[in-house]
Write a protein that binds this ligand. Structure first.
Ligand SMILES: C[S@@+](CC[C@H](N)C(=O)[O-])C[C@H]1O[C@@H](n2cnc3c(N)ncnc32)[C@H](O)[C@@H]1O
Length: 203
């Protein structure tokens, strides 16, 4: 019997191509891409499969079932440029990764306590050199307001599930990024009222 530990997230199948389109304009042709909160592993598998083998992807997730799924996707698709998933809690002051050319985090900061965003920013600043890419994807409020009724409903659901979760303010995230040495982000509107935020590390 095949031990297939792959998990599926319907949203990943819908948003992976728009995310790839944005990332292909910003990722370097070669180097190391650290993904924070890889979840099922569908994004890393898709992005790595669409990239040159010189661009190496390091997936991560604090959840063991997610890491098993990520590794199962990479094995099933025989992806040479995906490393085994590592256990990484963004909120931790020490990460098991010390350098990267890009850091990606898709749909994490609203489904984790704010300390995960604090850790994401300081961790990304620690491991990226000048010019390094920090890419965030997800729903955000802008100027204190939701950008769609569906995002407002989603936010209320998140906060009911866990009062520490919730859709974050773009401006607050950008201020935190600036405090950690990132330039103001390029903001790209994405399908289903999500945003891509493209930050660059600067000295
Ligand atoms: C909604 S899922 C998104 C997964 C995937 N990026 C996607 O878009 O399909 C949120 C992920 O965040 C991870 N997560 C939650 N808290 C985290 C933290 N403090 N550090 C890193 N990952 C975290 C969860 O384990 C989960 O895999």
């Amino acid at each position: 019997m095949i031990d297939d530990r792959r998990l599926y997230a319907p949203a990943a199948a819908r948003n992976r191509e728009p995310i790839r389109e944005v990332l292909q304009r910003h990722l370097p042709p070669a180097g190391l891409v650290l993904e924070i909160a890889s979840g099922t592993g569908e994004h890393v598998a898709f992005l790595a499969g669409a990239s040159a083998p010189e661009l190496i992807f390091q997936p991560s997730d604090p959840d063991a079932a997610a890491r098993a799924s990520i590794d199962a996707w990479a094995t099933m698709l025989s992806l040479p440029n995906v490393r085994p998933a590592i256990a990484l809690d963004a909120a931790s002051p020490v990460w098991p990764a010390t350098a990267a050319d890009a850091v990606l985090s898709i749909n994490m900061i609203h489904i984790a306590p704010w300390r995960a965003t604090l850790g994401l920013m300081s961790g990304a600043a620690r491991i990226l050199d000048d010019g390094g890419l920090l890419y965030l994807y997800g729903p955000f409020r802008r100027h204190g307001r939701h950008t769609a009724v569906t995002n407002e409903t989603f936010d209320a659901d998140l906060r009911q599930t866990n009062p520490e979760w919730g859709v974050r303010d773009l401006e607050t995230v950008a201020e935190l990024a600036a405090a950690n040495g990132f330039a103001p982000p390029s903001v790209i509107e994405m399908p289903a009222n999500n945003l891509s935020l493209v930050f660059r590390r600067q000295s």
